[in-house]
Ligand binder design. Structure first.
Ligand code: SF4
Length: 318
């Protein structure tokens, strides 16, 4: 690298950087997707996010994962050489200064050097941003909803849930099959609220990614508790029932917690173990994004064994 010349940087998730040879280490579970992110603080101030405006979290972290900054050209070279190791590229775009220009540049340059499909995850209420990214070669744009409760949405995320949902639905109508979203379980929503939001999204046949709330140092919610494993399993099972049009069996108690799922006995046996695996874009397994490498994961980044599946299914009855 030339001395004294500033080279643009791109953040690369640690597991991706390991595989690209940009950082030392050999991940125990290999990420199926190559993850990249732009730099800077976000203009938004989501209470749970390490990149939020007032977050004091170290600059290289997104959630609990370090994303070391790398020379951008070097990252592209490494990606071109080792793209066969991945099935997709995912660009996490923080709403920092010039983020749309950065995102557009990433999409164009990565399309030039690789044949992998590209997903972009970004908060926006501007349809032209979505259109631009899709036109220049992103396969898919994820418009995160994150918070599934109308009541806590303004405080945790800012703005209104209705407004963001309307925008999401409009985008999915305009760009059919190329828009999705994700929600975070355990931010303070009830299970009923989560089920109702997932139903609305599933009605539009949009993919729904699931994340578990992870309290991260330096964020407004650093002292809040993560969801219990059984709460998370409940939502994974509920999502499966919603997307397989069996939601009418789900009932709730007066606190909004799921009291029954409907399927019993042999019907439960027909539930696929995939429902406890990472859910998002095709090929994405996000190892350790929400969990430590030890212990039971919220999202399994690999196939479950039969005994793991039975154990996780039991969690939904707790
Ligand atoms: S919009 Fe996204 S990147 Fe920005 S603070 Fe919220 S969660 Fe973080």
């Amino acid at each position: 690298m030339e001395r004294g010349v500033l080279h643009p940087l791109i953040h690369v998730a640690l597991g991706t950087a390991n595989i690209l040879g940009l950082a030392e280490g050999d991940p125990r579970i290999r990420p199926g997707t190559a993850h990249f992110m732009n730099g800077g603080k976000c203009v938004y101030n989501c209470a749970y996010c390490t990149r939020a405006r007032t977050s004091q979290a170290p600059g290289e972290y997104l959630c609990r994962v370090p994303w070391p900054a790398q020379d951008e050209d070097r990252a592209y070279e490494a990606l071109a050489e080792r793209q066969d190791e991945f099935s997709r590229i995912c660009l996490q775009i923080v709403n920092s200064e010039g983020h749309i220009q950065e995102a557009s540049k990433y999409v164009e340059r990565m399309n030039d050097i690789s044949s992998l499909p590209i997903s972009v995850e970004m908060r926006t209420r501007k349809m032209e941003d979505v259109e631009t990214l899709l036109e220049i070669g992103a396969e898919y744009v994820g418009l995160p909803l994150d918070v599934a409760s109308r009541e806590i949405y303004p405080d945790l995320r800012g703005g209104s849930m209705e407004g963001d949902l309307d925008f999401l639905f409009e985008a999915s109508g305009l760009f059919e099959g190329r828009i999705g979203t994700h929600v975070i379980v355990g931010l303070g929503e009830t299970e009923k609220e989560m089920v109702e939001v997932m139903e609305q999204i599933a009605e539009r046949e949009m993919p729904i990614g699931l994340f578990a709330f992870t309290p991260c140092r330096g964020t407004r919610m650093e002292k809040s508790d993560p969801p219990s494993l059984s709460q998370y399993r409940n939502i994974q099972l509920a999502k499966y029932l919603i997307t397989s049009q069996r939601v009418e069996g789900i009932s709730f108690d007066n606190r909004g917690a799921i009291s029954s799922f409907g399927p019993e006995g042999s019907e439960l046996e027909a539930i696929p173990s995939e429902i406890f695996k990472t859910q998002g874009c095709e090929g994405c397994n996000r190892p350790y994004y929400n969990e430590r490498p030890t212990g039971r994961p919220y999202n399994y980044p690999r196939d479950l064994t039969e005994s793991e599946f039975q154990m996780e299914l039991q969690e939904t009855r707790k």
